[in-house]
Design a protein around this ligand. Structure first.
Ligand SMILES: Nc1nc2c(c(=O)[nH]1)N[C@H]1C(S)=C(S)[C@@H](COP(=O)(O)OP(=O)(O)OC[C@H]3O[C@@H](n4cnc5c(=O)[nH]c(N)nc54)[C@H](O)[C@@H]3O)O[C@H]1N2
Ligand SMILES: Nc1nc2c(c(=O)[nH]1)N[C@H]1C(S)=C(S)[C@@H](COP(=O)(O)OP(=O)(O)OC[C@H]3O[C@@H](n4cnc5c(=O)[nH]c(N)nc54)[C@H](O)[C@@H]3O)O[C@H]1N2
Ligand code: SF4
Ligand SMILES: [Mo]
Length: 694
């Protein structure tokens, strides 16, 4: 038996894993025993990587569409033929409409520097990641306050004395290391407050659970700030030294009393006051957790800002048990990894089709784009036609709200090519599918896994590919070669890619091989809270009054405006993740499908009784965007104004036989509406009606 330490990719958290290999086959996957904070543990999805490797419904060879789009008629092709065909079609679009007519979407990954280089080299501004649909508004909130993107920020759960989670459902939407830290901390006496309209597994671990009225967390936070400021509970030294705009916040929150917030949120005023006081007692080791998915409502960016501001008021930034900025190789005097994007690439001056980074949409992050605006840009051909789409490890058809509109938009394209490991809805709708080897069969770019201690982590192949598949970085190079931009991809193997990344750093990849990673500091590194905080805002401080916003005539502290509440007979449509599945990736995995094969509609017991809905009965859910049918889960565990379903079910691809048509699709019910300041879609903006199916 051979053991390979590598990185999981059953979800995007990328935990360190230990793969047990015999005769070029994977026997078992466990957590990497060397990795601090993981110590051999693994989640159900991580363990099910074995089942993905052996899944007979994976894509096994390049496929070229031979029938109408979406018909599922394909012919197998050699890599030569498929790559020639892709290059030819991209050239055609480029010749007719210009390079900007080619867009790329992907789930951000270790090789994103490869795809960004590809887009720059062909001369298109239209690189999109999934980021906006996950946490775009959180990213903008952090940039507006600190000048850093959210990816630069972590939380020190292990040392916190009080953790406040707003729907950050850690114990189901998991990050393995974080829940191990949190579990240990809870055993040591850390207090957990959990706020969610739904009683989740995380709620069951909390000391205090608050069933908030959906969509009103911002009102709660303004009232918390009101109490904290009026009672003088904030960290005056930190605020005086590092916060810009405190006075403005003080007068802004004056009117947002706990009594006012009680009416909005349903949380008693006394409870709000006691939460503010208890949190302050724990300061600075207190975390108002900024959350992960921040695609809920149209005012999301202001909600996410309010959480970060609460931490600033607590002084819980760059301190043990608080929020911290991740440190990289440069913080230990080393040169950072080289990226292909660091080359002398052609300058792309065209504006992005979604408008991010232009006066049309000045605040969302143009490094990621606002991918949910792409279908509209395609359909309206505004500001110019987009006619080809390359997709890599992303399923925009289901990950952008409003499935029917997405389908229409994709149908309006001249050419779609998808790099995936299995038939996603997007792959099924493409003209060419290029199958990628799965993470157990390939190596990828080295990850600079920043944290309080900088480290490098490496994904290595554990076994040889089962089918005629290739790593994505090789596929992109194959297309680039045919478009005469191959010289921007100076590698022929994963070792070449690693050497390129490490050149000049004084580190060799063989140092990472044995354990799968290397840590470059013994102690956690903090910025100096007296003089060395490295905020990247124009003032060098945390900007409650944000230069990014004010310079673009966007208010930093707009008056509270409630999100539209459902009328009598309608419900707020809430969505989320469960422990057994990753987004839209794993529903067809043989093992995980056996664990959870469909989703159900959570509905409050009293509301169900009013509608005559019984436990397990089929119900029809209808919104302005579509209708779906699934089983009801009648429960007291959800707020009466809301219904809830897991994301990722109701799948549309017959060739994915285990997940086809099982449960319902949230995407088919959601409207495509965006928080235009933050950049995230408001996935829970929509209201639905529910009726029993006789
Ligand atoms: N309606 C709706 N939309 C959402 C959400 C929601 O809850 N509801 N959630 C949002 C959030 S938080 C996120 S993060 C995004 C996620 O959105 P996506 O990134 O689209 O979802 P994933 O399931 O992570 O993966 C997408 C694709 O990657 C493929 N894949 C997996 N591994 C590999 C690999 O090694 N190589 C290649 N080439 N492909 C691979 C999978 O087969 C799948 O088709 O969706 C967002 N959009
Ligand atoms: N198992 C698993 N784990 C994952 C992932 C996965 O796909 N599967 N994906 C990873 C990714 S990319 C992400 S973004 C994270 C997502 O991590 P989270 O953001 O923690 O998870 P979600 O399930 O998207 O939503 C969390 C909760 O928000 C609650 N909620 C809905 N409306 C409101 C509201 O108005 N107020 C409050 N306070 N709560 C509300 C919902 O009831 C739900 O329980 O998970 C990560 N971990
Ligand atoms: S949380 Fe689970 S699926 Fe995600 S990377 Fe970690 S082990 Fe893999
Ligand atoms: Mo996400």
């Amino acid at each position: 038996m051979q053991e390979v330490n590598s990185i999981c990719l059953m979800c995007t958290v990328r935990c360190p894993i230990n793969v047990k290999v015999k005769n070029d086959d994977v026997e078992l996957i466990e957590g990497n025993p060397h990795a601090a904070g993981i110590e051999g543990s693994i989640c159900p999805k991580g363990a099910a990587g074995v089942s993905l490797l052996h899944d007979e419904e994976r894509i096994k060879k390049p496929l070229i569409r031979s029938g109408p789009r979406g018909s599922g008629e394909w012919r197998e092709a050699s890599w030569e033929e498929a790559l020639d065909y892709v290059a030819e079609n991209l050239e055609k679009v480029k010749d007719k409409y210009g390079s900007r007519a080619i867009a790329h979407t992907e789930r951000s990954h270790l090789n994103s520097h490869v795809s960004k280089t590809f887009m720059k080299a062909i001369g298109s501004p239209n690189y999109f990641s999934h980021d906006s649909c996950c946490k775009g508004s959180l990213n903008t909130a952090f940039r507006s306050l600190t000048g850093h993107a959210d990816g630069k920020v972590g939380v020190d759960l292990g040392k916190a004395k009080h953790v406040i989670l707003y729907g950050r459902n850690y114990f189901e939407a998991i990050e393995l290391k974080a829940i191990k830290q949190l579990t240990n901390a809870l055993e040591e006496g850390t207090k957990l407050t959990y706020i969610d309209p739904r009683i989740t597994v995380t709620a069951t671990k909390a000391d205090d659970y608050l069933m908030i009225r959906p969509g009103t967390d911002l009102a709660l936070n303004y009232a918390l700030m009101h109490v904290i400021i009026n009672e003088g509970l904030y960290d005056k030294e930190f605020v005086n030294r590092w916060v810009e705009g405190f006075k403005e916040l003080k007068s802004f929150v004056e009117m947002y009393t706990p009594e006012w917030a009680e009416k909005e949120t349903g949380i008693p005023a006394q409870k709000i006051i006691s939460l503010a006081r208890e949190a302050s007692e724990a300061k600075p080791a207190v975390i108002f957790h900024h959350g992960y998915r921040s695609a809920h409502y149209t005012n999301e960016v202001y909600f996410r800002r309010s959480m970060i501001m609460l931490n600033a008021l607590m002084g819980s930034i760059e301190t043990p048990g608080g929020m911290f900025f991740k440190k990289g190789l440069s913080d230990v005097g080393k040169k950072g990894l080289n990226k292909l994007t660091g080359q002398d690439l052609p300058k792309v001056t065209e504006e992005r089709c979604d408008g991010s980074g232009t006066p049309r949409l000045p605040t969302p992050d143009p490094n990621h784009g606002v991918v949910q605006l792409l279908p509209k840009a395609i359909l309206e051909e505004y500001p110019y036609p987009v006619k080809a789409l390359t997709v890599w490890r992303h399923n925009p058809m289901l990950s952008i709200p409003d499935y029917e509109t997405n389908k229409r938009a994709f149908n309006a394209l001249d050419f779609i090519v998808t790099i995936d490991i299995q038939f996603s809805e997007t792959a099924w709708y493409s003209d060419v599918i290029l199958p990628e080897s799965i993470y157990l069969e390939r190596g990828d770019s080295i990850q600079e896994a920043d944290g309080l201690k900088p480290s490098l982590v490496i994904r290595k192949p554990a076994v040889t590919p089962r089918h005629d598949t290739k790593p994505g970085w090789e596929i992109i190079k194959g297309i680039a070669d045919r478009l005469d931009i191959g010289h921007f991809f100076p590698y022929n193997s994963v070792e070449d890619l690693w050497d390129y990344q490490l050149n000049g750093t004084g580190i060799s990849w063989s140092e990472l091989e044995e354990k799968g990673f290397k840590v470059f500091s013994d102690k956690p590194i903090y910025w100096d809270r007296e003089n060395g905080m490295k905020f990247k805002t124009p003032s060098g401080k945390i900007e409650f009054i944000s230069s990014l916003f004010e310079d673009n005539k966007i208010p930093s502290l707009p008056a509270y405006k409630p999100v539209a509440m459902p009328e009598e007979g309608s419900f707020r449509f809430m969505i989320g993740r469960g422990i057994a599945h990753t987004h839209v990736s794993t529903q067809n995995n043989p093992l995980l499908n056996e664990l959870v094969s469909e989703n159900k509609l959570w509905i409050n017991t009293k509301q169900a009784a009013k509608l005559g809905i019984k436990e397990g009965q089929m119900v029809e859910v209808e919104s302005s965007a579509g209708k779906q049918t699934l089983k009801a889960y009648v429960t007291d565990l959800i707020h009466p104004e809301a219904v809830f379903m897991l994301h990722g079910f109701g799948r549309k691809v017959p060739a994915q036989s285990r997940s086809f048509n099982k449960g319902a699709s949230d995407t088919a019910l959601q409207e495509n509406i965006t928080d235009m300041v933050g950049g995230s879609p408001a996935l829970q903006h929509v209201h639905v009606k529910v009726r029993p199916v006789q």
